[in-house]
Design a protein around this ligand. Structure first.
Ligand code: FAD
Length: 399
């Protein structure tokens, strides 16, 4: 059985950035467990669904992103044996570790919404959150000229769920320019009493949603969809003893982000977390019970909304903390910083940046980034992918 100094499970944004950072600060023996599947820069998926990017732009082979000097263990982890400090692989083998970093991301739970998988297979429902559907979503949006359409913001945990507003606003912009927005009845289903429950951007988002004539269903979720009946059933605010669930009939298209959960094989490390996220100290990223186990990214219970932007700080803190724990030094702390970028039309975007307590945490005080700006859209659409592939995945620190 092979044994490595640090084993990283997952080659997404979190796993690759962390492995590269560890190498950069001097770690000599880092192994990454990952299947040989394409690596995606997922923030661009919303732009694919909104007709502003292609799948090719966001896709790289796994080999192309694996950091130099790391050992690539091709396969999937299926269990962690914390007493023996070993990871079990899908081929039946095991891999020993001194420190283990869990970064396999979240899994979508399509079964949690009856009818959703069938509706997606039929092409009637779609979401940019699943890479197989982003192009189909754009085809549906660009083909619509009339009828009722439902968009959703997912419940947490979700990979930057608030960005599900991007395709909505890009679609409304397109329909407006084509002169058909008045014939399209646009609905937004949000689990929040506001839009995202981020007060310092919600008021701006509300203004833009109202300007586009979008009907908002607050504190509500999609409970079921039925593509044969063209209906979407909502649950939440409208529920109560004797109150029937609200059903939308004659829905043309439903753009529903599925609920997410932690992977089943990590349940033993999830403590009491209701959605099975890895039970780490949200500040140090160290597992609360298993020595030498750490987690970051979407799968970690960090008490904040998951995002790629949040990873910039998590990667820095976690790489340092592995080194510090070995030297017996005090660990660094992650404040829960996260980000939600939202396009409000095809050329303007705003940023919501906040910490674990919900307090605004802007990266600059020079400009108010919560005001929709053309430069921000340009940065998010064209500059972020370059920073991602050339700096973040190479373990370089970017503020
Ligand atoms: C549509 C969409 C839009 C987004 N927009 C933004 C945005 O604008 N800004 C922003 O900051 N963030 C955005 N995000 C969020 C961002 O992409 C995620 O937060 C980030 O990708 C999380 O990285 P991760 O490595 O934790 O998980 P993932 O990206 O899910 O990567 C996990 C990796 O682990 C692998 N894996 C899974 N199970 C195993 C296993 N058992 N063994 C080995 N490997 C395994 C998977 O194949 C995958 O490669 C968006 C996400 C989506 C889906």
């Amino acid at each position: 059985m092979a044994r490595h100094d640090v084993v990283v499970v997952g080659a997404g944004n979190a796993g690759i950035s962390l492995a590269a950072r560890l190498r950069r600060i001097g770690a000599k023996d880092v192994a990454v467990v990952a299947p040989d599947r394409p690596h995606l820069f997922r923030p661009l998926l919303n732009y694919v669904a909104g007709g502003q990017a292609t799948m090719r732009e966001l896709t790289r082979s796994a080999a192309a992103v694996l950091p130099e000097g790391c050992t690539w263990i091709r396969g999937r982890a299926v269990a962690v044996h914390t007493d023996a400090r070993e990871v079990e692989l899908d081929g039946g083998g095991r891999l020993g570790y001194r420190d283990l970093v869990l970064a396999p991301g979240l899994e979508e739970d399509l079964d949690a919404v009856p009818g959703l998988e069938a509706a997606m297979s039929a092409g009637w429902a779609a979401t940019a959150h699943l890479h197989t559907q982003a192009e189909g979503m754009w085809a549906s949006i660009s083909g619509m000229t009339r009828g009722r359409v439902v968009f959703t913001i997912p419940t947490e945990p979700s990979p930057c769920g608030g960005t599900a507003l991007k395709p909505l606003f890009l679609a409304c912009d397109l329909w407006h320019r084509r002169g058909v927005l008045g014939d399209i009845d646009v609905h937004l289903v949000t689990p929040y009493s506001g839009v995202l429950d981020v007060p310092f951007v919600d008021h701006r988002l509300l203004t833009h949603l109202h300007a586009r004539g979008v009907t908002i269903h607050h504190a509500t979720q999609v409970a079921a969809v039925d593509h044969e009946a063209s209906s979407v059933t909502l649950s939440g605010a409208v529920e109560g003893p004797g109150v029937p669930l609200q059903v939308f009939e004659e829905v043309e298209r439903a753009f529903v982000v599925p609920p997410y959960r932690g992977p089943a094989w990590l349940r033993p490390l999830a403590g009491e977390h209701p959605q099975g996220l890895v039970d780490v100290d949200p500040e140090t990223l160290a597992h609360r019970a298993a020595e030498g186990v750490w987690s970051l990214g979407d799968v970690a219970a960090l008490g904040t909304r998951p995002s790629g932007g949040a990873l910039r700080r998590q990667v820095e803190v976690l790489a340092d903390n592995i080194a510090r724990s070995r030297l017996g030094q005090p660990l660094r702390r992650y404040d829960g910083y996260t980000i939600i970028p939202v396009t409000v039309d095809r050329r303007r975007l705003l940023l919501a940046e906040f910490d674990r307590s919900g307090r605004q945490a802007p990266t600059t005080s020079l400009v108010d980034l919560t005001v929709p700006r053309r430069a921000l859209w340009w940065f998010d659409r064209y500059v972020e992918p370059v920073i991602y592939f050339r700096a973040l995945l190479k373990g370089r620190l970017v503020p």
